[in-house]
Design a protein around this ligand. Structure first.
Ligand code: GTP
Length: 360
């Protein structure tokens, strides 16, 4: 097994404003573009050739990763003029694959952080003689996901859209976004039109009697589709809770990239990342958060479970909890932004514009 396709062309709408200038797989997690972790994990599992299926902001991938030699990989890039969806994107890169018709090809969503045993998924695929094998994970509340029940041998019995009633929750197994396809199955996806692998390809294969195998692997798994999940994933990488060979430094409470300036009295905890050239002021507390390159966090600010975008500024004594400040945005001093607050790229918030007070 030497080949993989990485789906990295989505618009990442749920992650805005982080994805306004940067496609989701290129948003930094633990100090490097998130995709670096996926590529490094694929390499560690024996993958040598990766085709990146790009679309949204496609031009930024190749200048950063080049031919992949720095990661020990051979990388190729294929760009869709119009987004083709997950299945269409897989079909669109087929001609770049070297694998023979019966050989396994790995396919990864470009926004999943997981400790999946990739070699075990391929081994299961081979021993089951499957057409497609899926990584399944178990979640406590499956209502937001497509369910994938399996029989006693792990063979997929159905693909069920998001369940609406308790009776419809027939399993806690969900599609975790990593697959092994028999090469010939990729070639059989219709070319030149949008196709959803989840909604069209998988149910269609099942209806046609194909063998779809599910492998439950319940190690670390997080879909980084939302800002809160992305911030959590980055912190878990820094803390060593999520596995990656690509974290640039030792795991611990914080990762401070070279050329960042952290005042001696500042406190960094909970898997915080301080990007290159960023400045953290005296007495500031940054917990479980990501401060991107060249951003400034003022003295006495308290930043918790938040993301401060590239070259953004957070004023003195401002409190961010579960907030996102877009690239180049300015939040004045003495503000309080709570869960879900998103300041758009380049926007400006004056001093003391938003406060929460118990006697207000
Ligand atoms: P949202 O807009 O927030 O839902 O994010 P998204 O656009 O990334 O969509 P989603 O999370 O469903 O995508 C799952 C994976 O497939 C991600 O890695 C996307 O980059 C990728 N993807 C989704 N649509 C396309 C597409 O049309 N083309 C390509 N090449 N990749 C896609």
């Amino acid at each position: 097994m030497t080949e993989a396709i990485l789906l990295v062309g989505g618009k990442g709408t749920r992650l805005r404003p982080l994805t306004v200038h940067t496609p989701k797989p290129m948003v930094p997690a633990a100090g490097v573009p998130f995709l670096t972790h996926q590529l490094a994990r694929a390499r560690a599992a024996g993958v040598e050739h990766v085709v990146l299926a790009t679309s949204y902001l496609a031009e930024v991938f190749e200048p950063y990763f080049g031919d992949g030699a720095a990661l020990g990989l051979r990388l190729e890039y294929v760009t869709e003029v119009e987004p083709l969806g997950t299945g269409g994107a897989i079909r669109n890169v087929a001609e770049r694959l070297d694998s023979g018709p019966d050989e396994p090809v790995l396919i990864f969503n470009g926004d999943i952080l997981t400790g999946l045993d990739i070699r075990a998924l391929v081994a299961e695929h081979r021993s089951a003689g499957a057409d497609v094998s899926l990584h399944l994970t178990r979640v406590q509340d499956p209502r937001a996901f497509g369910l994938v029940p399996t029989d006693g041998t792990g063979r997929v019995t159905a693909f069920l859209e998001k369940p609406q009633t308790p009776e419809e929750i027939v399993t806690d197994q969900i599609n975790a976004g990593a697959y092994v396809f028999r090469r010939s199955v990729i070639d059989a996806i219709p070319a030149g039109r949008p196709v959803s692998v989840e909604r069209e390809t998988f149910p269609g294969l099942l209806a046609d009697g194909a063998h779809l195998q599910g492998m439950v692997d319940s190690t670390y798994w997080l879909d980084l589709g939302t800002p809160q999940a992305f911030i959590r994933g980055s912190a878990d990488l820094v803390l060593g809770l999520a596995p990656s060979p690509a974290v640039p430094g030792r795991c611990g409470e914080a990762l401070v990239l070279p050329s960042a300036e952290v005042a001696p009295g500042a406190k960094l905890t909970g898997g915080t990342v301080i990007g290159a050239g960023a400045v953290i002021g005296e007495g500031a507390t940054v917990d479980g958060s990501t401060v991107l390159d060249d951003a400034v966090v003022g003295p006495g600010a308290v930043v918790t479970d938040s993301m401060v975008g590239r070259a953004a500024r957070v004023g003195a004594r401002t409190v961010l909890r579960g907030a996102v400040v877009g690239d180049g945005a300015r939040v004045g001093a003495d503000n309080e932004l709570h869960e879900g607050a998103r300041i758009w790229c380049g926007a400006s918030l004056p001093d003391a514009a938003i406060r929460f007070s118990s006697d207000a």
